[in-house]
Every structure is written in structure tokens, then in C-alpha cells.
Design a protein around this ligand. Structure first.
Ligand code: CUK
Ligand code: CUA
Length: 641
């Protein structure tokens, strides 16, 4: 979002001033009259379950939060790119390697776009993929455990923004660069950007059996900024579409430099063609350093591997691999409708929403009707590929989602509203205000071939007067609208964790039956597991001490430990022997420079304690687990070195 703000604020300052005044004009904090049955529509009675899961990214919090729809209740914050002391993610020895990169341990990122895995163009509820923008990474969350189980760093890229979207059968998760950079990285003058800086699009192969990720190839692009992306669906399966801005290739995006071109491009990439080229030995291996981190459910440990090279494809050497579709005014969103025919490009500085036709694009390609080329890549004629445009729908169009009845829903940041319009006739059917300044919006399945068009969630950039004030920072917020009727109806505001950047929604029935209840103790292959109290022990190896510990209601074993010295490195390896659903135990150690552990039934977790002071120091269980929770405690005696 910040990129949008930067490049638009100056130009649209007049409009912004107009709308912010419009927004803040509501002094009573109410959204106007709501129908009296609205509460019923979001009410999920105590003990009842929601109909949908919503996975809403946390933006700069680096996390992914799980909500229920229609209630808007928060169920879990899944740590992905940021350390989380509550769950010990990034603190315990098992998950620290997940945050490893070629730049070292990077315990934060900017999480933008979650996307749920698909089979035959429909949600399958197996995984959520999500991008880290800052230190370019793609993560995978396993929806049986709701845990981050894989993170792959993306080399030759910066500001991993047009990511992370899956193809119809999750053949690929695709990531695109935001910033053009020297590829490979080197010391060079910034003013020599044009022609020298490059973008890359990364195609990450997903193993259908276990979801394992691997960068199959990267496509070397001109030095444009790539903003958003969407895979082709159905008839356009095999293609991928990316919006670009800064096709001027300016090294500074002060508006005088950046929005000279009346039209930037949507890049249409025929990935099937490139895949074929690569499978026949095409592409060049180039050196690249990037981390690939995998969490193993049986050892309960992550390992980080550094990769050394990547396969780079120059698309100008692959005929038919890449075309540019001129699209007005710095297109931001790039969305393909469920039939795969329409490619919606929202020029964020444009007064209308441009829609391209996939069929017309193929015709123009077949008839070789080109307007020219850029770095050897054919540019199509705007008029030849245009399906239509939604005229004057609002100000500052960003993103579009679809229902299952041929309607599109576009968010308008500046005029702060959602506009519903008809695919094919381009007529505006309805508009509802957002409170305030909506970025993305989400319909469960709304970027698949089979949307569940019952609700749309708007994710807002500004909250202002909608909640009780909490100092200078107001909660970030999403809004739920009922879209089952002709007119959209605002049902609910709900607070979110971090910036609610984008979301993926899924019917609960696709996920719930596969949710894991416990880890089987007999399958635990952690190298420091103790599967019974008889296996517990304290092992010294030089100045390192390993404590093999177990926990079960309501004690630790061992609970009194002696023989530790100041200056030792003491590892607590704690196995939770419970085999009942929802009985985790915790452990914390006085003075430990780490987080607590929160250990699920059948799991082993470890933390490091480096005692600095002589004494007898207590530890205790941090999760209220039984009537004798308060009795779950122990001591470590620390003697002089
Ligand atoms: S981008 Cu900011 S609202 Cu990161 Cu998905 Cu369009
Ligand atoms: Cu175990 Cu509290």
C-alpha cells in the first residue's frame, strides 16, 4: 500500500483532501441506518461454529490471523514472518531456522497476500501461501496444524509484492518483484537504472504430494515495478498476469518522473510455454544465495538449507512466452474473473476500470498485431485487447473480487467504497461506503473458479472514529458485507491484528475435518525426545547441558535439577506426554533470554538458558492446564563455574 500512497498522494492531493473531509464528517461514528436484522446475520451462538474461515494477513505485523465469518471472531494468530513469544515461534530452538535468510536471522517481515491452495481451480483447503515483502520470502501454512511449515527466500528480487498466488492446481506459487534491482546484485550507480536494473518473476513449483516448494525458474523482466498478479483460470489456465508501473524505468518515483507514461502494462506470461522450454533444457543457471526452511512434523524441528543457484529464463528467447497489454494510469490490482476471460486492471490514477479480454488477446497474438516492443517483448494494441471499461465508477480503484453470478466488486481507496458491477455490460449495480479508505477486499474463493459469493470482507487502511480510542493508534479494521442480495449490506466492523492487508476465505467444511487434534507421541522423532518419565535425564557435554524433560498433568520430570554451573549452556528439551486434545503445557525459566514454550500434546520443544548467577532458580508451567497447574514447578541449582 505504501507504494500506492507515495505515487498518488501528491498527484491526487486535491481529491484526498476532498475525501478525508468526507470521511471525517461522520461525527457520530455510525455508518448510517442498519437494518434491524443485521445482528442476526452475524450472530453465531455460543458453542456454534462459523461458516467460513478468513485468513487475514497482518501486513507489517508479519503474521496471519484466523477469523470466523460471519462473526468476525479472532481464533488464532499464526506467526509466519515475525517472532511470537506466545507460541515461542522464532524463539525456540525448533523454529528459529524458519526465520533464517541469506541476510542472517530476520525475525520480521511485511505479510501481504495470502492465497489458499486449489485443485481444478477450486479451493482445496490444504495450505495457505503468503508473501513477505521486505526480505523476499514465500511461506506456506499447513491447514491441518495451522502452523508455518515452510519458508523459501526469493533471490534476485526486492519488495516481493506481486505474490503469492497459486495456479489452478497449485502447480506453482508465483512471486513477482516490486523493485527492479541489479541482477545479479552489484555495486553500480543508481542513476544507471534504466536498462540495467531488472525485475524477476519467480515460479515456485509445489509438490502435489507434500506441498514442498522449490523455485523451478525465474523470468528476467525489464526494470519495471511489478505490483500485483493473478493466475489465469479455466480457459486462461497456463497464463499469469502482472501489473506494472514505472515502465519509464525511473530511479526515483517522485511523480514528475514516475507517471509520465499514459499507459503502463499488464504483463501476460505464458508459464506453460516457459515450463516446456525449461523442461527441454532451456534457461541459464546463475549463482544465487537463498534460504529454504522446512519444518518437519515428525521431528518437530525446522532445518534451514542455503541454496546456491537458480534457473533464469530470458523471455525474449522463448517465443510466445510474454506479451505486454497497455493499461492506463499505473495499474495496481490485476484480477482474473472465475471464467478466466476477463483481466481487470485498475489504474490507480485512472477514472475508470479497464478490463482486458483473454480471447481478444489470443486473437491479437495469433494475427501478430503488435504496437511495437519493449526489450524484444511484443506490445499489443490497447484497443485490440480491451473488453470494456467501467466508466467513472469511483476514485482510486485498487482491487477486484468476483461472485459466482458474473458480478465484480472493486475497492476504491480514494472515494472509500466498494462498487459492484456487471462483467460484460460494465454497468455499475451498487455501491457501498467503506469506513475508511479500503485497500483489498475478499470474497471466499473470490479469486478461484468457484467463489462463495455470500460475503465480501473489506480491509480498510484508516479507522478513525469507528472504535473506542486507544491513544494515537486506533485498531486496524475490516468490515463484513452481505452480498447475497442485489444490494450489498454492511453487517459488521471487526478489529484486526496489524494491517489487514489481504485475506483468503474458505468454507469451514473444507478445513475442519482435517484439523489435527494431537501429535502422536509414538511418532515423535525429535532428537531430544523423552517418550516416558523413564527416559528423562540430564546429560553434560563439556559446558553444554541437555535436560530431557517431560510434562504431564501435573508435574515435570525431572523437577529438581542439580549440577548446573554459571556459564553453562543449558538446553531444556521438553516433551508433552499428554495425548488428549487441547492440553498443552508451558514452561518458563527465570532469567531466560527467550520466550516460554507452549508444547502441544505429543510434541517436543526446546529453549536455551544461560545462567549468569549462582543460586537455586525456579521454573513453572505457563499454561493453565489442570486444577494442579499451580503445582507444576521445579528448581535448578546453579553452582559456581
Ligand atoms: S497491495 Cu496495498 S492495497 Cu500490497 Cu495488495 Cu493493493
Ligand atoms: Cu501444565 Cu499448567
Amino acid at each position: 500500500m505504501k507504494n500506492i500512497l507515495k505515487s498518488t498522494i501528491a498527484i491526487l492531493s486535491v481529491l484526498v483532501a476532498f475525501t478525508s473531509c468526507n470521511n471525517s464528517g461522520k461525527s457520530d461514528g455510525k455508518s448510517g441506518a442498519l437494518a434491524s436484522n443485521v445482528a442476526e446475520k452475524v450472530y453465531v451462538a455460543p458453542g456454534e461454529h462459523d461458516e467460513f474461515y478468513a485468513f487475514i494477513s497482518g501486513g507489517f505485523s508479519g503474521q496471519l490471523a484466523v477469523y470466523g465469518l460471519p462473526s468476525g471472531r479472532l481464533f488464532k494468530v499464526i506467526p509466519v514472518f515475525s517472532q511470537d513469544a506466545e507460541k515461542a515461534y522464532g524463539y525456540n530452538e525448533e523454529t528459529k531456522p524458519m526465520l533464517n535468510t541469506s541476510h542472517g536471522f530476520v525475525p520480521w517481515d511485511d505479510a501481504h497476500h495470502p492465497d489458499i491452495s486449489q485443485t481444478n481451480g477450486q479451493l482445496d483447503g490444504r495450505y495457505v501461501f503468503i508473501n513477505g515483502n521486505n526480505t523476499p520470502r514465500i511461506a506456506k501454512v499447513d491447514l491441518t496444524t495451522f502452523e508455518t511449515t515452510e519458508i523459501i527466500e526469493i533471490p534476485n528480487t526486492a519488495g516481493n509484492h506481486s505474490s503469492s498466488y497459486v495456479t489452478d492446481n497449485t502447480e506453482y506459487v508465483v512471486a513477482g518483484t516490486r523493485f527492479a534491482i541489479p541482477v545479479p546484485q552489484r555495486d553500480m550507480p543508481i542513476k544507471d537504472y534504466k536498462g540495467n536494473f531488472k525485475g524477476t518473476l519467480s515460479f515456485i513449483k509445489v509438490n502435489p504430494a507434500d506441498g514442498g516448494m522449490d523455485i523451478k525458474f525465474q523470468v528476467l523482466m525489464p526494470g519495471f515495478d511489478f505490483d500485483k498478479a493473478h493466475p489465469g483460470r479455466g480457459k486462461s489456465h497456463g497464463w499469469f498476469f502482472f501489473t506494472t508501473y514505472n515502465t519509464e524505468e525511473a530511479s526515483t518515483l517522485m511523480e514528475v518522473n514516475a507517471s509520465q507514461n499514459d499507459k503502463d502494462f499488464i504483463a501476460a506470461v505464458n508459464w506453460k510455454k516457459i515450463e516446456e522450454y525449461v523442461n527441454n533444457g532451456g534457461g541459464k543457471k546463475m549463482p544465487a544465495n537463498y534460504a529454504h526452511n522446512v519444518y518437519d512434523e515428525h521431528t518437530h524441528m525446522a532445518t534451514s538449507t542455503m541454496k546456491k543457484e537458480v534457473l533464469m529464463v530470458d523471455p525474449s528467447e522463448v517465443p510466445g512466452a510474454l506479451y505486454f497489454l497497455p493499461t492506463p494510469k499505473s495499474p495496481h490490482g490485476c484480477d482474473v474473473d472465475p471464467t478466466g476471460e476477463y483481466i481487470v486492471g485498475s489504474g490507480k490514477l485512472s477514472a475508470n476500470v479497464t478490463v482486458h479480454s483473454f480471447t481478444k488477446m489470443l486473437d491479437a497474438i495469433e494475427n501478430k498485431k503488435f504496437a511495437g516492443d519493449a526489450y524484444g517483448i511484443p506490445i499489443l494494441n490497447f484497443e485490440d485487447v480491451l473488453a470494456g471499461a467501467v466508466e467513472q465508477p469511483g476514485l482510486g480503484p485498487l482491487h477486484t473480487e468476483f461472485d459466482n453470478e458474473g458480478n465484480a466488486y472493486t475497492s476504491f481507496f480514494i472515494s472509500s467504497e466498494i462498487v459492484k458491477w456487471k462483467l460484460g455490460t460494465w454497468e455499475v449495480l451498487d455501491r457501498q461506503p467503506s469506513y475508511y479508505s479500503i485497500g483489498h477486499l475478499m470474497i471466499p474463493g473470490g479469486n478461484s473458479q468457484k467463489p462463495f459469493g455470500k460475503y465480501v470482507v473489506g480491509m480498510n487502511k484508516i479507522t478513525k472514529d469507528r472504535y473506542l480510542p486507544t491513544g494515537p493508534e486506533v485498531t486496524q479494521s475490516a468490515q463484513l458485507y452481505d452480498i447475497s442480495g442485489d444490494k450489498m449490506e454492511l453487517l459488521l466492523d471487526f478489529p484486526t491484528v496489524g494491517e489487514p492487508h489481504y485475506a483468503a476465505g474458505c468454507p469451514a467444511d473444507l478445513i475442519k475435518p482435517n484439523s489435527k487434534k494431537i501429535f502422536k507421541l509414538e511418532e515423535n522423532q525429535h532428537p531430544y525426545v523423552a517418550k516416558s518419565e523413564a527416559d528423562t535425564k540430564v546429560v553434560r557435554d563439556g559446558k553444554t547441558v541437555h535436560i530431557y524433560m517431560t510434562t504431564i498433568r501435573s508435574h515435570f520430570a525431572p523437577d529438581n535439577i542439580e549440577g548446573v554451573k554459571v556459564g553453562d549452556k543449558v538446553y531444556f528439551h521438553v516433551t508433552n506426554l499428554e495425548q488428549d486434545y487441547d492440553v498443552p503445557h508451558g514452561i518458563s525459566m527465570i532469567g531466560a533470554n527467550t520466550s516460554e514454550l507452549l508444547i502441544m500434546p505429543g510434541q517436543t520443544e526446546s529453549f536455551l538458558w544461560e545462567p549468569k548467577q549462582v543460586g537455586v532458580w525456579p521454573f513453572y508451567c505457563t499454561d493453565f492446564c489442570s486444577a494442579l497447574h499451580q503445582e507444576m514447578q521445579g528448581y535448578v541449582r546453579v553452582s559456581p563455574a
